[in-house]
Design a protein around this ligand. Sequence first.
Ligand code: SAH
Length: 364
Amino acid sequence: MFEKTYKIVHQSTFSKEDLVHLISLEGEERDFFLKETSNKYIQNLGNKVYFRGLVEFSNYCTKDCLYCGIRKSNTSSERYDIDDAEILKAAKFAYDNHYGSIVLQSGERDDKRFIDRITELLKKIKEVTDGKLGITISLGEQTEDTYQKWFDAGAHRYLLRIESSNKSLYQKIHPNDSHHDFETRINCLNLLQKTGYQTGTGVMIGLPFQTYEDLADDLLFFKDMNIDMVGMGPFIEHTETPLYQYKDQLWSLQRRFEVAINMIAALRLLLPNINIAAATALQAIDPMGREKALKFGANVIMPNITPTIHRKDYTLYQNKPCTDEGADDCSNCLSIRVEMADRKIGYDEWGDSKHFFKRTAIEQ
Ligand code: SAH
């Protein structure tokens, strides 16, 4: 049964057609694909999962992405900016709770005040955590100089999603201006790698106008770009954004979820040694969403440690989970969830992308 799927899963190279086949699977054949991939993945990669404490420290944004709830033109979004002392407290919490690393994420700004603030903040985080806490940042498109400054200050991983690797789709989901330019985004990924960051990217799954072929190309894009880490999750429409007008043309939420899990499993087959995050958006659709991602290929999970009073305002999409829990609740809840997925947490470890070391060893 399911001979074609069995054959593809056990190959070592994958064509675009193979990937389209896998990510579009449904029903029993999909269950078979996921189970087969999960078995292969555990054998090859072991069952460690790494925590990254996520601090969404500000939702002020200069960009106007047509899908995003914190886009500049959404005047109904209540804006906040958590002060440095509170961010440091969150970093200390992550360190004391053996998370190994944190992720700092915010809306996008590139003014000097912001850049200098982040530089100082990164240094302070290193100071209060004995230089031991790993730091990932996700602060959008910046100049090479800024990327270098933040790298020198202590950040060593950077996430910048390409959102879609299909240029014409990218242009449909962003304003058509120089501030939202596809080539600039690609160039930023190159600059991040050049600077020495472990570089992460990702896409949204189930966007209006998106096809299975686009998604297969996204996976091949990660491979061609020699990416070290990927975070990708379902697109979830937000009422206060322009893309909401296409809500009736979208796949059902359930289907977007299924395809997102298929994408994670297919990516694990394609790139066995990268880090793959179980995106929070999965949990907005299925309460067990992130655990399912861990079971079928993801190896990184990001407990939200943003101070609770601000969580409800970082609404990139609606129905975001865990906006009313504190960091303590999140950590307890997640360790149980990881165990339920038959995985072990790599406490106190940075959990760096194995792919990164391979890539840089070759480049040297
Ligand atoms: N400013 C940072 C990160 C903030 S947004 C940057 O530019 O990288 C983080 C991610 O949330 C985005 O990259 C996007 O992929 C995702 N996102 C935004 N709106 C979304 C939506 N409506 N549904 C699902 N994911 C969304």
